[in-house]
Design a protein around this ligand. Structure first.
Ligand code: SPD
Length: 359
C-alpha cells in the first residue's frame, strides 16, 4: 500500500510494526501491520456504528469510543466486510473487566456463547474442536509430556483437555483476566472443570512477564490459547514473545499457537511463521480445523519444536487412543482422533505455496 493511501485511511505505522488507526471516533486502535486486509478496510464513521447485540443478533465487531466517550462498535478490522451472526435468546452476563468487555449469552443454535470485546471466543456446541486440537496436536507429538504451560485459556477448556494426559505432572496457566475465569466457572462448567485438576497451577497476570521469569528449559510443551491480536493479546504475535517461549521450552519441546484463519489472515500467518522459523530450529508446521463459529469457519494452529530430539508433528508418536483412560477422562473426546491429527496438516494448495515460499 502506498503512503498516500495510508494517509487517506488515517493510519500510522508504529516502531514495532503495528499500525495505529483512527477510526473516526478520535480513539486509536492497534491492528497487526502485516494484516493487509485489516489495513485496507478501516472501521466506518459513527453513523455506521452499532452495539454488540443488535435486534437480537450478535455480530463480531470492534469496540471503540465515540467523541463523547460512549462505547460504540465498528466492523472488525480482522475480518473487514463480513460478520458472522448468532441469534441471541438471552444475555446472561455483560460487564467490563479491567481489560475487556465480557459477554455471555444463550444462543438459539450453538448453546451458550462467550464473547470478549465483541469477538466470539467459544460456543458450547463447537468448543470441542478448538480445545481438543490445540491441546492434543502438541501433546500427542511428544513422548510422555510432563510440564505444560498454557498462555491465556482462562475458560479452562484447554486445561480440561491437557488433563487427559496422565504423564502430565504440572500445568501452569497464565491468564490475564480474572473475570474470564470467574465467568467460565459460573456459565461454562464443562470447560471450567479443567481448573479442578490438582496438577493445575493458576497464575493471574501478564503472560509476557510470566515467560520472561520462567526458568530456561522448564516446559515440554507450551500452548498459546489467546484471543485475536487486537486488544490485550497484541504482543502475543511479536518476536520477543516467541523468543521467550523458545527459551522456556526444553530441547525438542513443542509450541502450539492459535494461528487464525488461512482464508482471512494469510499475511499475519506468514509473518508469524517467518518469525518462528528464525527461533524454532526443530520444525515449524501449520495445521487447521473446522470451527463453524469462528470467522470463515476455520482456525489454524502453528506447531513448532526447539532444536533437540526431532519431533514428527504429522505422525503422532503418542497417539491418544493408546493413552489409558484418555478418551473418556471427564468426558468423551468429541472431535480429535489420530486421523484428524494427521489430516490437519494437509494444506490447500494456496497455503502450501505461501508456507513453502518462506523457506
Ligand atoms: N477468533 C477467535 C479466536 C479465539 C481463540 N481463543 C478461544 C479461547 C477458547 N479457549
Amino acid at each position: 500500500m502506498e503512503g498516500d493511501e495510508l494517509k487517506d485511511l488515517d493510519c500510522q505505522r508504529t516502531m514495532d510494526g503495528w499500525e495505529s488507526s483512527n477510526n473516526g471516533s478520535g480513539k486509536a486502535i492497534l491492528i497487526p501491520a502485516c494484516c493487509l486486509k485489516a489495513k485496507a478496510s478501516q472501521p466506518e464513521l459513527g453513523s455506521k456504528s452499532h452495539s454488540t447485540v443488535v435486534s437480537g443478533w450478535l455480530s463480531e465487531t470492534q469496540p471503540s469510543s465515540d467523541k463523547s466517550g460512549k462505547q460504540v462498535y465498528f466492523n472488525n478490522p480482522m475480518w473487514p466486510g463480513e460478520a458472522h451472526s448468532l441469534k441471541v435468546e438471552k444475555i446472561l452476563f455483560q460487564e467490563k473487566s479491567k481489560y475487556q468487555e465480557v459477554l455471555v449469552f444463550q444462543s438459539s443454535a450453538y448453546g451458550r456463547v462467550l464473547v470478549l470485546d465483541g469477538i466470539l471466543q467459544l460456543t458450547e456446541k463447537d468448543e470441542c474442536a478448538y480445545q481438543e486440537m490445540i491441546a492434543h496436536l502438541p501433546l500427542c507429538s511428544i513422548e510422555s509430556p510432563k510440564n505444560v504451560l498454557v498462555v491465556g485459556g482462562g475458560d479452562g477448556g484447554v486445561l480440561r483437555e491437557i488433563c487427559r494426559h496422565s504423564s502430565v505432572e504440572l500445568i501452569d496457566i497464565c491468564e490475564i483476566d480474572q473475570m474470564v475465569i470467574d465467568v467460565s466457572k459460573e456459565f461454562f462448567p464443562e470447560l471450567a472443570i479443567g481448573f479442578e485438576d490438582p496438577r493445575v497451577c493458576l497464575h493471574v497476570g501478564d503472560a509476557i512477564e510470566f515467560l520472561k521469569q520462567a526458568p530456561e528449559g522448564k516446559y515440554d510443551a507450551i500452548i498459546v490459547d489467546s484471543s485475536d491480536p487486537v486488544g490485550p493479546a497484541q504482543e502475543l504475535v511479536e518476536k520477543p514473545f516467541f523468543k521467550n517461549i523458545g527459551r522456556a521450552l526444553r530441547p525438542g519441546g513443542v509450541l502450539c499457537n492459535m494461528a487464525e484463519s488461512m482464508w482471512l489472515h494469510t499475511h499475519l500467518i506468514n509473518d508469524i511463521i517467518y518469525i518462528c522459523r528464525e527461533i524454532f530450529k526443530g520444525s515449524v508446521h501449520y495445521a487447521w480445523a473446522s470451527v463453524p463459529t469462528y470467522p470463515s469457519g476455520v482456525i489454524g494452529f502453528l506447531l513448532c519444536s526447539t532444536e533437540g530430539p526431532p519431533v514428527d508433528f504429522v505422525h503422532p508418536i503418542n497417539p491418544i487412543e493408546k493413552l489409558r483412560g484418555a478418551l473418556e477422562f471427564r468426558r468423551e473426546l468429541k472431535f480429535y482422533n489420530t486421523e484428524i491429527h494427521e489430516a490437519a496438516f494437509a494444506l490447500p494448495s494456496f497455503v502450501k505455496r505461501e508456507v513453502a515460499a518462506l523457506h
